[in-house]
Design a binder for this molecule. Structure first.
Ligand code: BDP
Length: 689
């Protein structure tokens, strides 16, 4: 009997070890070869660098690798010089990044010749929207890895520390060097000593991996936890409270990065509550952290319940203060002027604020792109954004160059991504969600990287074989797995745009969870700019938001030649057509079709595309372990059904205005509109696994 038990346990343990839950992300070194690492200095970071080389070396057996810290003007910040057997850097972090780069190239088979790799942005930061009770705002991968509910919520366990270490390692491997540990809708409790003690413990685990810790702060903290009567930024006692708080934090965490602030936005407190400005608020906090080298990231995600076009509001509110912020304030601007939609033009603030440091904020978690259900590789969206030309200083003034310090003099450069990380074994809910964490890090390091290269690397590292393998099976793998899966990833975001919000449509999701369609959603008394009809403006004449000079004139905030190009529907890119124009249903598109027909083709095309993704994935079965295969297969089925709902809901809703038929060669609607409206009212906020 005993024997049977022990064999059962053995089988169970074996299964646990080999169960492929995706927890290892893109870090899967197998059978390393011996290597001799030479490094004259010692430190926790360098020890990690050495261990990583020893645990993952796939270069020539017995090579001696030199890790050299030596100042070199051609190497910037945490950059490094790499060759087959030497990594040189100015900093220890640079050595660590060089090690990860070398190992990545060995695993993916990329050439290694001597070259310098410098980071595009100095600060490459994840924003966690994690609440202190362990829940995550817009998180679709389980609870927080930093915070939890319950009586033991502040106890620090070995399990916590191990997880934080794995997290830190994954970040460092792609060059991420900062983490904001809590939600921008911040709790005042964050700054109480008991929570700061936990921050200190987290910071200690992240530090050797080169990651600085930052916190989101609630502007009303002085009154809420400091016993003051006000939180007015111009009140000396308030300013002193923040100075003391900064001192307390830096005593615990000497390399603390600074504060992130959401102020006077969506009900959060801010300086305007006291008749003060964004500059007053941000500068007061900046002065508090300045003596310690800290920064303040002040968000420009603001829009009031006025009649002004929401797409214009951040610009209107922030431009008057250009040049009035301290040099350690960075204005953090979402990529688009509205809110992380599947496609938006860049926010007009990029390049326009010439005397203020501006940083992009991207959303890695897929709040508006299908949560952790949809397969959406976001690098193409970020590439499109970073390479958008603002023309602010003539042609070639891309968003990337406006923000990375190459055009405007700025003390800091930074980029942030709202994390998609939670306690799920695979970290991101969807195995392919990991590719977005990876892509954010890679683009933050090198903003000119191409999506294709990022996808290529990620697939090889996550699902791949080692490069030694040049036999038939490797050729088969490249042709039958790598190529089609890469193409699927590259097409995935456009497919989502097509079945959700093609041709420049935006913000037509249902407010019930931000997952399904809701073009009809406009409850009585609701703020207009929270309802889809405000954005699509469908009526008997046509569809789209007029942002030209005959409408809201949002286009006046963009520089020539964009302004003129986008003002004319004939020259406006069709991808942004309904973002900037309200056009008749029978407007002639470039394809020769009417606008209505074109809309139908896009919606249908998106649905068909997801079905093709299912085919691609099903054919990939023999190359993927069972667990990950089935997991992705199931999610693609759900995505397919969801895509169909989007198509039917939007076309049937808009058809009430267009009064035109869906082209007869396209698949007919499968759902009744009533059914979809009813279903939406019952939708739960977060996808349940
Ligand atoms: C919106 C999210 C909301 C965030 C807000 C923000 O729905 O949960 O708090 O962005 O960025 O898109 O502050």
């Amino acid at each position: 009997m005993k024997k049977i038990y022990s064999s059962v346990i053995l089988i169970f343990l074996t299964l646990c070890i080999y169960a492929e839950d995706g927890h290892q992300l893109w870090l899967r070194n197998s059978s390393p070869k011996p290597v001799n690492v030479v490094c004259l200095k010692n430190s926790p970071t360098l020890t990690i660098a050495k261990q990583e080389l020893q645990n993952g070396w796939m270069g020539e057996m017995g090579t001696s690798v030199n890790l050299v810290i030596k100042a070199d003007k051609a190497i910037r910040g945490d950059g490094f010089r790499i060759s087959k057997n030497t990594i040189q850097a100015n900093t220890e972090n640079g050595i660590l990044y060089g090690v990860y780069e070398l190992l990545r190239r060995q695993q993916t088979g990329e050439a290694i010749q001597e070259e310098i790799c410098n980071p595009s942005y100095d600060r490459r930061i994840l924003n966690h929207w994690d609440n202190l009770d362990g829940s995550i705002e817009r998180g679709y991968a389980g609870q927080s890895i930093f915070w939890r509910k319950g009586s033991d919520s502040l106890t620090i366990t070995e399990t916590d520390k191990n997880l934080w270490q794995e997290y830190a390692r994954a970040n460092a491997s792609v060059g991420i060097n900062g983490s904001v540990l809590n939600n921008v809708n911040a709790s005042q409790l964050m700054l109480t000593n008991e929570y700061l003690q936990r921050v200190k413990a987290i910071a200690e685990v992240l530090r050797p991996y080169g990651i600085k810790t930052y916190l989101s702060v609630r502007f009303s903290s002085p009154a809420q936890i400091g016993g003051l009567k006000t939180s007015d930024p111009l009140n000396p006692e308030v300013a002193q409270w923040w100075k003391d708080k900064a001192k307390e934090i830096y005593n615990l965490i000497p390399d603390f990065g600074g504060f992130l602030v959401k102020a006077n936005s969506e009900g959060q407190p801010g300086p305007q509550d006291f008749g003060r400005t964004h500059a007053d608020g941000a500068n007061m906090l900046a002065d508090a952290v300045k003596p310690f080298g800290g920064i303040v990231m002040w968000r420009a995600f603001v829009y009031s319940a006025s009649d002004e076009d929401r797409a214009k509001q951040a610009y209107l509110e922030f431009m008057p203060f250009d040049g009035q912020f301290r040099d350690n304030v960075i204005i953090q601007v979402k990529n688009g002027p509205i809110d992380f939609q599947p496609r938006e033009p860049f926010s007009p603030l990029f390049g326009a604020m010439k005397k203020t440091t501006v940083m992009p904020e991207l959303q890695i978690t897929q709040e508006y792109l299908g949560h952790s259900v949809h397969l959406a590789f976001l690098a193409p969206m970020w590439e499109e954004f970073l390479q958008s030309d603002t023309y602010q200083n003539g042609p070639g003034t891309t968003v990337a160059r406006c923000t990375d310090g190459s055009i405007f003099p700025q003390k800091y450069s930074a980029i942030a991504g709202v994390a998609n990380i939670g306690l799920d074994a695979n970290w991101c809910g969807h195995h392919f969600g990991q590719s977005n964490w990876y892509a954010f890090g890679r683009l933050a390091w090198n903003s000119s990287m191409k999506s294709e290269q990022i996808a290529d690397e990620w697939i090889k590292l996550t699902f791949g074989k080692t490069t030694d393998n040049k036999d038939d099976s490797a050729i088969d793998w490249n042709l039958s797995f790598l190529s089609p899966v890469k193409q699927m990833m590259l097409d995935s975001r456009e497919a989502i745009v097509d079945f959700m919000m093609p041709l420049g449509l935006h913000h037509i999701f249902s407010a019930n969870g931000h997952y399904g369609p809701g073009p009809w959603w406009a409850p009585k008394g609701m703020r207009k700019d929270w309802t889809p009809p405000y954005y699509h403006q469908a009526d008997s004449l046509g569809i789209g938001f007029d942002r030209t000079s005959s409408g809201s004139n949002n286009l006046s905030q963009y520089k020539e030649p964009l302004r003129s190009e986008y003002s004319d529907p004939a020259t406006c890119p069709e991808a942004y057509l309904l973002w900037f124009h309200h056009l008749p249903w029978d407007y002639k598109m470039k394809s020769g079709r009417t606008l209505w027909d074109e809309l139908c083709y896009h919606y249908d095309g998106g649905v068909q595309q997801v079905r093709r993704f299912q085919q691609v994935w099903d054919q990939a079965e023999r190359f993927v372990d069972r667990d990950r295969f089935v997991h992705v297969q199931r999610r693609l089925r759900d995505q397919s059904l969801n895509a169909l709902e989007w198509k039917d809901a939007c076309l049937l809703h808009f058809q009430q205005f267009s009064r035109k038929s869906i082209p007869y060669n396209l698949e007919r609607p499968m759902y009744n509109l009533d059914y979809l409206i009813e279903k939406d009212t019952k939708r739960v906020g977060v996808y349940q696994h």
